[in-house]
Design a protein around this ligand. Structure first.
Ligand code: CA2
Length: 165
C-alpha cells in the first residue's frame, strides 16, 4: 500500500516549483500489524502513527516523503529499483527479509540511492537468526532498538545528509 504526503501540502507545492529532496520509507512484511500485537517488542504505535510522525518532521524540514508497506519481496525490490532518479534517500525496515533476502540486498547494491536500515527492536539482542542482516553490508547505516524513534532517528540522519536541516 502506497501513502503519499497530503494533497495541497508544502510537498505538493514545492514539487511543482523546485527540486525538493525526496525520501522513500519502505516497510516490509507484517509491519502492517504494528500496534495490534506484540506491543512489548514492537511498541503500541500503528504504522499509520509512525508514518504521520515522519511526515510531520519531513514537512517541517521541507522534504518530500512517501511510504510503502508490502508483504511481498518482489514489490519491495521493485520499489527500490524504481527509486532511482526519483528519491534521494531510502529508509528501509525490511522486517524478516533483513535476515535472508539476497534479492533485496542486490537491489540496494544496484541502485545509487543511499539506504538507512531501520529496526524497531534491537535485533542483536534477540534470537540468533535475527542477529545477521544480509543487507547491512550495502546500506549506509543501521538504526535498531529505539522503537518508533528508530525511524525518526533515521529520518533525522537522512535530512542532515541531504543538507536540508
Ligand atoms: O525490529 C524490527 O523492526 C524487525 O525488522 C521487525 C520484523 C522482524 O522479523 C525483524 O527481525 C526485526 C518483524 C515485523 C513484524 O511486525 C509485527 C508487528 C506486530 C505484530 C506482529 C508482527
Amino acid at each position: 500500500m502506497w501513502y503519499r504526503g497530503s494533497p495541497g501540502s508544502r510537498y505538493d507545492i514545492d514539487e511543482r516549483c523546485m527540486a525538493l529532496k525526496k525520501i522513500l520509507v519502505l516497510h516490509g512484511p507484517n509491519l502492517n500489524l504494528l500496534g495490534t500485537r506484540e506491543p512489548e517488542i514492537y511498541g503500541s504505535l500503528t504504522l499509520a502513527d509512525i508514518n504521520a510522525r515522519m511526515e510531520e518532521r519531513a514537512e517541517k524540514a521541507g522534504a518530500g516523503i512517501d511510504f510503502l508497506q508490502s508483504n511481498h519481496e518482489g514489490a519491495l525490490v521493485d520499489a527500490i529499483q524504481q527509486a532511482r532518479g526519483k528519491y534521494d534517500f531510502i529508509i528501509l525496515n525490511a522486517a524478516a527479509y533483513t535476515h535472508y533476502s539476497i534479492a533485496l540486498r542486490d537491489a540496494i547494491g544496484a541502485v545509487d540511492v543511499p539506504v538507512i536500515e531501520v529496526h524497531l527492536s534491537n535485533i542483536h539482542k534477540r534470537e540468533e537468526f535475527r542477529h545477521r542482516s544480509v543487507i547491512a553490508p550495502v546500506v549506509m547505516g543501521q538504526v535498531a532498538g529505539l522503537g518508533a524513534e528508530s525511524y525518526l532517528a533515521a529520518l533525522e540522519a537522512a535530512l542532515i545528509k541531504l543538507g536540508v536541516v
